[in-house]
Design a protein around this ligand. Structure first.
Ligand code: CP
Length: 326
C-alpha cells in the first residue's frame, strides 16, 4: 500500500512549501501537509542510522527562542537541527535581557542582526510568530503561540496516526480535554479536517471554545459518546496555569466525568490508539493504566516529533531530495 500518498489528491505531488514560514496549519494546504508527512518518513530513516546526521542545513544557523517552558518541543527541535547539521543555539530567556524588560520585537531584531536562517519561537501570546514573520528575514517556525496554534505538534500527531492506521481519511478521532486553552486542539482540528478525518471534541461546557461547530467537528459533553467506535483517542491536558476561574468543581470530579479510563477505552474500536501531546496530568485527564497501556502511542509521538521537525526545517530551507539522504 502506498501509505505516503493515501491522503493526497490526484494532482501531481508538491515538492516544496508555498510559504517561507510555518506559522500555523491554517496556512497549509492538504498537499503541503502530505508533503511534510512524506518528507518526515525519509527523515525518520536518518534517525535509524548509526550516524544520525546529514549535511542538509550545514552552514545555517537556527535559534530556538522559547518564552514558555517546554520539554518535548524544544529538545526535539534541537535534535532535529543537529541531525540536519545546522548550527543551533537556545536562548535561555531567564538569563537573557528579556528579564530587563527587552521586548519580543527588540529581542528578535537583535538576534536577526546575527543572520540566523530560522527562528523557532514559542511564546505565550497568540500571534507572536506572525508578528516576527513580518519583521524578520529569518524563517519563523511556530513552536506554540498562546492558545492559537502548535503546528508541528499536529503534524507529528498526524504522522503517528498515519504510521499506525495507514491513513487519516475517514478515521474517527475523539479529542477530549481542555479544549478552551489548547493550541494543540486548534492545530489538530485544522489538520485532521483538511485530511478528511471525522473529528469529535469533548469537554465540560465551560471548556468548549465558541465556534467549535464552525470548524467542522462534532461537539459533545458526553465522553462516552465521543469515544464510541473511535479509531483514535487524543487526550488533552488540563491547562491549570491558564485557568483563573472555576471551570469544573474539582480535579477529582473532572477525572470521574471526563478522565480516560480502561473502561472508557473499551467503547472505542478494539485497535484504537491513545494519544496525548504531553505533559500528562496522570489521574486528571488520563489514568496511568491507559497512558502506559499497550494502546498508548504517546512516546511514539515524541519520537516522531524529531523526524517531523527535521522535515519542516528541511522544507523551509528549500532543500532538495538528494540533500536529504547525502
Ligand atoms: N507537546 C508539547 O508541546 O510539549 P512541551 O510543552 O514539553 O514542548
Amino acid at each position: 500500500m502506498d501509505v505516503a500518498r493515501n491522503d493526497a489528491p490526484a494532482a501531481p505531488p508538491l515538492t516544496e512549501l508555498k510559504h517561507k514560514h510555518l506559522l500555523g496549519i491554517a496556512d497549509l494546504s492538504a498537499e503541503e501537509i502530505v508533503l511534510i508527512l512524506d518528507t518526515a518518513e525519509a527523515m525518520k530513516e536518518v534517525g535509524r542510522r548509526t550516524i544520525k546526521k546529514v549535511p542538509t542545513l550545514r552552514g545555517r544557523t537556527v535559534i530556538n527562542l522559547f518564552f514558555e517552558p517546554s520539554t518535548r518541543t524544544r529538545t526535539s527541535f534541537e535534535i532535529a537541527e543537529k541531525r540536519l547539521s545546522a548550527d543551533t543555539l537556545n536562548v535561555a530567556i531567564a538569563s537573557s535581557s528579556v528579564v530587563k524588560g527587552e521586548t519580543l520585537v527588540d529581542t528578535a531584531m537583535n538576534l536577526e542582526a546575527m543572520s540566523p536562517s530560522m527562528i523557532v519561537l514559542r511564546h505565550a501570546s497568540s500571534g507572536a510568530c506572525h508578528l516576527l514573520s513580518r519583521i524578520c528575514k529569518a524563517a519563523i517556525v511556530n513552536a506554540g503561540d498562546g492558545m492559537h496554534e502548535h503546528p508541528t505538534q499536529a503534524l507529528l500527531d498526524a504522522f503517528t496516526i498515519r504510521e499506525r492506521k495507514g491513513k487519516l481519511k475517514g478515521l474517527k478521532v475523539a479529542i477530549v480535554g481542555d479544549l478552551l486553552h489548547s493550541r494543540v486542539l486548534r492545530s489538530n482540528v485544522l489538520l485532521l479536517t483538511k485530511l478528511g478525518a471525522e473529528v469529535w471534541v469533548c469537554a465540560p461546557a465551560t471548556l468548549i471554545p465558541v465556534g467549535m461547530q464552525q470548524m467542522g467537528v462534532r461537539v459533545t459533553t458526553n465522553v462516552d459518546e465521543a469515544v464510541e467506535g473511535a479509531d483514535v483517542i487524543m487526550m488533552l491536558r488540563m491547562q491549570l496555569e491558564r485557568m483563573q476561574g472555576g471551570y469544573f468543581p474539582s480535579l477529582r470530579e473532572y477525572f470521574t466525568t471526563f478522565g480516560m479510563t480502561e473502561a472508557r477505552v473499551k467503547r472505542a474500536k478494539p485497535d484504537a490508539i491513545i494519544m496525548h501531546p504531553g505533559p500528562i496530568n496522570r489521574g486528571v485527564e488520563i489514568a496511568s493504566e491507559v497512558a502506559d497501556g499497550s494502546a498508548s502511542v504517546i512516546l511514539d509521538q515524541v519520537a516522531n516529533g524529531v523526524a517531523v521537525r527535521m522535515a519542516v526545517l528541511y522544507l523551509l530551507a528549500g532543500g532538495t531530495e538528494h540533500e536529504t539522504v547525502a
